[in-house]
Design a binder for this molecule. Sequence first.
Ligand SMILES: [Fe+2]
Ligand SMILES: [Fe+2]
Length: 248
Amino acid sequence: MPVAVQMHPSHVKPVVADVAAAGGKVADSYLAHVQMHEKAGYYAVQGLRSVFDYFTGYGAQMNERQWLARFLYLESVAGVPGMVAGMLRHLRSLRTMERDHGWIHTLLEEAENERMHLLTFMQLRNPGLLFRASVIAGQALVFNAYMIAYTLSPKTCHSFVGYLEEEAVKTYTRAINDLDAGKLPKWTDRQAPEIGKFYWRLKPDANMRDLLLAVRADEACHIHVNHTFAHLDADDTNPFSPGSVQLP
Ligand SMILES: [Fe+2]
Ligand SMILES: [Fe+2]
């Protein structure tokens, strides 16, 4: 069956390779937050993460079920910004009757990529009614807040997503480290879900570790894309070709 090539470089590409080589640590260049929109994005992410971690009981002793709850919720949110930004740029192009300079597809690809993270993890846990209700409430909040924020300052929003993705890389790195340390025994010999094997073109016997590495590579890609967009003006050309698996 043919598969659409998405911007998810699960293969060796500069940023992804750097992140992997550093044991999941994000390169220092990405941690600099100098300009105003970068500071706003950075501190918004740090604040939100602290509150989210506190209320969801994120800690040193996480079992497989708790990790999946975290992955599922965060991925259900992570799929929103790319879709909102893509939608807003699409609408802007329609109403101004001017071209978009190639951003829309990259943004939609990011949204789809996050949705595939969600659907893959859904093969491992089926959340209950309360969880699903909180996803709906979260989506209503995030969709509207992000739409307003993106209308006001796209650069701040891309910085925000760039730093958010850095947190995602840290989170997946911790899960991988927990797996390696034997703290997640149910995943030690567990095969990756078929949908994930197909989407990332993993080997037939790919396991949970392979899956987590592939997802983390995607998040590293989103860091690079969003920090790049955060330094472009709305009328600049998108340096990422739609459908590309190469990072500029
Ligand atoms: Fe994700
Ligand atoms: Fe992401």
